[in-house]
Design a protein around this ligand. Sequence first.
Ligand SMILES: *Cc1c(COP(=O)(O)O)cnc(C)c1O
Length: 409
Amino acid sequence: MTEPADAAAEAAGAAEAAEAAAAAARQAEARWAFETRAIHAGQAPDPTTGAVVTPIYQTSTFAQDGVGRHRGYEYSRSANPTRTALEACLADLEGAAHGFAFASGLAAEDAVLRLLVPGDHALLSVDAYGGTSRLARRVHEPAGIAVGSADLSDLDAVRAAWRPETRLVWVETPTNPRLSIVDIAAVAQLAHEREALCVVDNTFATPYLQQPLALGADIVVHSTTKYLGGHSDVVGGFAATARPDLAERLRFLQNAVGAVPGPFDCFLVLRGVKTLAVRMDRHSANAEQVAGALRGHPAVERVLWPGFADHPGHDVARRQMRGFGGMVSFTLLGGEPAAVTVAESTRLFTLAESLGAVESLIEHPGRMTHASVADTESAVDPALLRLSIGLESADDLVLDLIRALDELG
Ligand SMILES: *Cc1c(COP(=O)(O)O)cnc(C)c1O
């Protein structure tokens, strides 16, 4: 028979062993590869039912066990279990300790820009996503935030545009639609020497191809509408950081402003992310084949794709990316009329805005996604077309484009 004292010691020993086992499991988890974490991080089988897939907790509120005594969830604007799973998964994939899901990419960006206070200056890329530029200039600038822009792929241009009150630099790489490459580590170092935050919009690359926080960025943001969702069926956003002080502010803003995604939207992104690694590998391989085929066509002036050895950002892209991604832009010798004709005559490539899904899309940035910057320094070459290369057969995609180009005559 065990004496009471021994029982207590035994229980303490068991607790210690359990803790050691949990720590070992956590360590093993930290070593799991990206592909594995995309499927399992934050998504253990449901504790009450064993459901293998994270349920859609379609509820606005949660029963409390007593006044002020709840099981971690009170009200779905503040937290919802489906959203928690998504936040844990994406934070894990970005190597972040803290992640926050939003109703759209722009809602996530708005939360990040709200970290600034009147008098602060934010430095954007000259070819920042149009919605980012509009949000900064037409929502945050009237509220007292000064907004500037520079070609962030040129560090001298960044230094020249820097002001004493610059508190944030907003990086996109590859950029949209020119697919320039920004050296994240170099810009982050420059920002930190000047006590500013470096934010990276990682929508085009995804955490599979590029890890901004590991390169020194303070915050990473996403439009999960694109590659993370991956199927053109959801609009969503995400922000992550390793810094507890920034996380505390973002958590406050997420709840106080309330631009949160619903449980079904979170479920769709979670489902998309499970296949992110295989999709990005195929997007990249298909894009390589399409870029190569376009380059050889007599109607094409220039193909912008960071995988080409003569792309100005190629060396940096090789250093900071695992692959070159699924976006390809190109200009036509026939100028805007030729570009518009090609955009309207492909059969497989759908003429549409957005990017990052299984189906291939074509668009004319000058008159579509970037029409709002038509008369500014960020104006896009009207002869340029942007392709989001999907997961169809690359041979079929090439056939479709070459036929459209040949028809130009
Ligand atoms: C689409 C996009 C956004 C905006 O995201 P929404 O989900 O449309 O609000 C921001 N940045 C980039 C690079 C994007 O492509």
